[in-house]
Design a protein around this ligand. Sequence first.
Ligand code: VG1
Ligand code: CO
Length: 542
Amino acid sequence: MIITVPTKPYSDQKPGTSGLRKKVPHFQQEHYAENFIQSIFDSLEDFKGKTLVIGGDGRFYNREVIQKAIKMAAANGFGRVLVGQGGILSTPAASNIIRKYKAFGGIILSASHNPGGPNEDFGIKYNIGNGGPAPEKITDAIFANSKTITSYKTLDMGDVDIDRLHSFDLGAMSVEIIDPVADYAALMEQLFDFPAIRNLFSLGFRMVFDAMHAVTGPYAKEILENRLGAPDGTVRNFVPLPDFGGHHPDPNLVHAKDLFDEMMGEDAPDFGAASDGDGDRNLIIGQGIFVTPSDSLAILAANARLAPGYSGGIAGIARSMPTSAAADRVADKLKIGMYETPTGWKFFGNLLDAGKVTICGEESAGTGSSHVREKDGLWAVLLWLNVLASRGESVQEIVRQHWAAFGRNYYSRHDYEEVDAEAANGLIDALRARLETLPGTKIGELTIETADDFAYHDPIDHSESRKQGIRILFEGGSRLIFRLSGTGTSGATLRVYMDRFEPDSALHDIDTQEALADLIAAAEELADIRTRTGRDAPSVIT
Ligand code: VG1
Ligand code: CO
C-alpha cells in the first residue's frame, strides 16, 4: 500500500562534489535518507514506468537505505528497479548497468573512499540516464526540493529479499535482483585483450590487487583470477565489509601503505594496484615506482591504442583543472582535443556524450573513458595490464620512457583536513581578493604570470561554473592551486596542488617534495597556511 509520510525539511542536504555525504548517525535521523531520495525524485520529470538502478558499496547502512529506495521508487511510480545482489554495485558497474539497460537513472549509495561504520560516513548520489553523475542543474534542484519538502511516498510493508538473484512485483513495479559483476566483466572483456593478459600471467607475471575490503573485491576476483588466470591470492581483502575492516578504503600512499612498502621492497611483485570504497578510484604501483594519477592518465592516453577497445585511437582527453598538465602534451602530440574542467566527474559527461573526448582523469586517482560515465578503478588497472602485456616492458621502463619523450611533471597535493571552516574560507577569500595584484610578483625564483579563480564554460550545454579553485600560474609553466574539498564530512579540507614541468631527463630523479620545494614555499607565502589554519604541516601528502 502506498503511503504519504509527513516530514520536515533538513537544511543541510546540499550535494557536494559527488552526492550527499554525512556521518551515519546524521543519516539515521528520522526521514533523513527518505527526504533526500524524495527530493531526488521530485527533481526528475517523466520517469513513470521507467527503470531505476539501485546499488551501493556495501558500507554500514547500505542495506537499510537500499530497502527504503526500492519502496520509495515503487511508490513514486518507477516501472522497474534493477538492484545489485546484496545491495552491491560498484560506481562504474552501476554506470554501466544504467547505460546497458537504458535506465532512467540510478541511485548509488556510497561515501567513496571515506571510512565506513556506525560512526563513519555514508552517502547518496544520483546518476542520470547517460550513467554519469547528475549535473549541477539537477543537484541544485535536489537541494532546493530538500529545503521545502513536506512529505514523501513509500510502501507500507516489510523488507524485500535482495540476497537472491530473482524477480518479483512490488505493486505496479517489478524488482530484479541482478548479478553485480557479470555485465561489468563482459564489458571489460570487450575492451581489453584478455588472451594477451592471460598469457602474461601464465608466464609468471606477479600482481597484487588490494580490494581494501570494499566493493571491488568480487569484481577483481572474477576478472583477475577467474577470467585472466592470475594465481589465487592475487586479489587481497576481497570480502566487502560494512566497516572496510576498520580502514579507510582510500587507495593512496597513506592508507595503502602496506602495498606501497611491498612494491618498494626486495622481491616486489611486477605490479601493484588497489581501488577505493565504491570502485571508481585506482592506485597503480610498479616494482619500485609509484605512478602518480596524473602521469597514469597521460601514459594510458598515450598507449590506449594497444587495447582493442581503443585501437582506432582516442578522440580527445579531459582532465580536471588541478590534475597535472602531463596529459596536455600527449594530446598535443596526438593532435587531439584537450579539455580542462572543474573537479568532479560530472563535468566530463557532456564531453564524453558529444564524442569530444575518450579518456578522462583526475589527480585524485580517478581515470576512466567513454565506456561508462564514471571513473573506473578496475578499468585503469586492466588498461595498464593490457599495455604491460603488449609492450613487454616493466612499469618502471614505461614511465621513464614517457618522461624522456614528453618531459616530467613533478606533482603533489597537500591536504589540510578538518580545519576550521571559517579559517579555510578566509584563506581562499583573501587569495581571491588579491588575484589582480599577483601577476608580476616574484617569490624566490618564481614569477607569477597569471592568477585567477577557475571558471568553466561547458562547450556543449554552455553552462557556467565559477569559483572552482584559485589558480596561480608561474612563468615556465609551474602551477599552484588552492581549493576547498566538496566531499568532506567534518570541518573543511583545504587542498593545495603543486605542479612543476621538467623537460630535462637529467633532472627526472629528484625526490618529488624536494623538486617542489619552491612551489611549497610559495604556497605558504601567498596563503599564510600556517597562521590561518593553525597547522604546521599537511595532514596528507599525496
Ligand atoms: C574529491 C577529489 C575529486 C573527486 C571527488 C569524488 O573531491 O578531489 O577529484 O572527483 O573527490 O571522488 P573534493 O571535492 O573532496 O576535492 V570519489 O572517489 O569520492 O567519488
Ligand atoms: Co570513489
